[in-house]
Design a protein around this ligand. Structure first.
Ligand code: NAD
Length: 495
């Protein structure tokens, strides 16, 4: 039970380097060879046409749809149980929406853009020409393994790139399936999936890609960013953290409670943008706790043996969550568990029902680490200023949720808090709006993707200045003299 005693990040660290820095020259040679092939193929056609990009996006959509049931089964087997509908809603549907949106809008995003030219340089002109970057590396996590491998791929292919993907070793059945499914429709020099453990991930993150997208924990994100920096590979880091949920006294509890319960219990809380903790006035906490426990029991009359409820991915994460609860209880928190399931059965299935934690204090680990499970601590705050102060003193979160009907207070939160994204009067839905960027800020990530944000992240937005035949620029050439000074004077006046 050594792992059980560690926190979330240490669970990850044990995995990062289980037996020291293992070397596998054959695996590294394979990765190097595939990257070289992809780069050579890219160099042969560096600016792929819209037709070829569209064909790839369509093929991707079709092959995923054709293997939907296989993906649902593989993911469920990797988790122990994952509700079919959760995979359909949070993975397949998101991908379909992302591909359709890319097919509809990429022709417009690809076009060279006319931009203004400052008066002193007229009649020259400026353009921004989006250009594919080359080969994009994609490292993805286990919690939504299909969505988080494929959505960056949609952005990469739409922007005209080739891609190599390293899915998580926590979902081995899914990862092998992904490799075989994509291998059916893409040549190795277009899209390649590298499966394997952490040593593959380490070798992968050290490759000289043209851009690297990493989705995972903040801790591993730091390691990946360092590896990428060795080759000056630019990174999009989609990381985690604690996403706060403010419930204002003006909130309609009839809609707030089921929405929070749903977002928290989807995938059993193993969602990067799940509400991590709730901030609300002390005098409403008991009523809210009762209501959300009742709501969870309505959603899941039983947690054990219920196909609608997802298991915790691995024993190490199950133990980590139990440890967070033990630590909170030892420090004075009150714990309420939804349902009335047999504890041994729950443990056997790695299921944890919604667990509400009250009387929390900042020294509890549950208030310091990303929870990533169905535990919901509540922090009492008397005013919105107290809630904002609590959030501002901590790492900038990936998501923030605000529930209420008081528009002035809503605007205050939007102005004064900094988070990757926000959903108002619900949770998590901002992530699948293709017209807004998805990404974190500070410790919850850097860069963004989805929709046009993804297209821009995986493109080089090349600035081009077209000089005019009528340019007076030669007056700025040496030898400098009165003409230069006259020109300088003029430019200073109009700049
Ligand atoms: P993780 O960081 O442990 O692993 C993510 C990926 O990194 C895996 O593919 C793994 O193989 C790889 N990896 C592990 N060690 C590595 C190393 N030393 N070098 C290079 N790569 C390495 O994350 P996880 O446990 O799979 O996922 C959970 C975390 O991901 C949570 O923190 C969650 O918030 C975050 N997450 C973020 C988003 C987002 O979009 N911002 C989405 C999902 C999950």
């Amino acid at each position: 039970m050594i792992v059980a005693l560690e926190n979330f990040y240490e669970v990850t660290m044990v995995r990062i380097n289980p037996k020291g820095n293992q070397k596998n020259p054959a695996m590294k040679a394979t990765l190097d060879a595939v990257l070289a092939k992809q780069k050579a193929a890219f160099d042969a056609t560096p600016n792929s046409s819209w037709e070829s990009r569209k064909a790839k996006l369509k093929t991707l959509g079709e092959v995923i749809k054709a293997h939907e049931t296989d993906f649902i089964e593989a993911i469920s087997a990797d988790f122990g149980n994952r509700a079919t509908e959760e995979t359909l809603i949070a993975e397949c549907l998101v991908i379909q929406g992302g591909i359709n949106h890319a097919i509809k809008h990429t022709p417009k995003w690809m076009r060279p853009r006319k931009v203004p030219t400052a008066l002193q340089f007229l009649p020259a002109k400026n353009r921004i020409i989006p250009q594919p970057l080359g080969v994009i590396g994609i490292i993805s996590p286990w919690n939504y393994p299909l969505q988080l491998a494929i959505m960056p791929l949609v952005g990469a292919l739409g922007a005209g790139n080739r891609a190599m993907i390293k899915p998580s070793e926590y979902t081995p059945k899914f990862s092998e399936l992904l490799k075989s499914v994509l291998g059916k429709v893409f040549d190795e020099d277009e899209v390649f999936v590298a499966t394997g453990g952490v040593e593959v991930a380490q070798a992968f993150s050290a490759l000289p890609f043209d851009h690297l997208v990493f989705t995972g924990s903040t801790n591993v994100g730091r390691i990946v960013a360092k590896a990428a920096a060795e080759n000056l590979v630019p990174c999009t880091l989609e990381l985690g953290g604690k996403s706060p949920t403010i419930i204002d006294p003006s909130a309609n509890m009839g809609t707030t409670v089921p929405r929070i319960a749903n977002a928290k219990l989807l995938n059993a809380g193993q969602t990067c943008v799940a509400p991590d903790y709730v901030l609300m006035p002390q005098n409403q906490i008991n009523a809210f706790s009762d209501a959300i426990i009742e709501q969870a029991e309505t959603f899941y009359p039983k947690f054990a043996g219920n196909d609608d409820y997802t298991s915790i991915i691995a024993d190490s994460h199950y133990a980590r969550l139990q440890d967070l609860l033990d630590d909170a209880e030892n420090k004075g928190a009150k714990i309420r568990v939804a349902g009335n399931d047999d504890k041994q059965q729950l443990a056997k299935e790695r299921r944890i029902p919604l667990t509400v934690v009250t009387d929390t204090t900042p020294d509890m680990r549950i208030m310091q680490e990303e929870i990533f499970g169905p535990l919901l601590p509540i922090v009492p705050v008397e005013t919105q200023e107290d809630a904002l102060d609590y959030i501002q003193k901590r790492d900038r979160p990936l998501a923030l949720y605000w529930f209420g009907e008081d528009n002035a207070k809503r605007e205050q939160v939007l102005r004064q808090s900094i988070s990757g994204g926000v959903t108002i009067n619900d949770a998590a839905w901002h992530v699948i709006q293709e017209d807004i960027p998805f990404g974190g800020v500070g410790p919850s990530g850097m860069g963004a993707y989805h929709g046009e944000a993804g297209f821009q992240s995986f493109s080089h937005m090349k600035g081009v200045f077209y000089q005019s035949k009528l340019s007076q620029g030669k007056k700025l050439h040496p030898p400098y003299g009165p003409a230069t000074h006259k020109m300088l004077g003029l430019m200073r006046k109009i700049m």
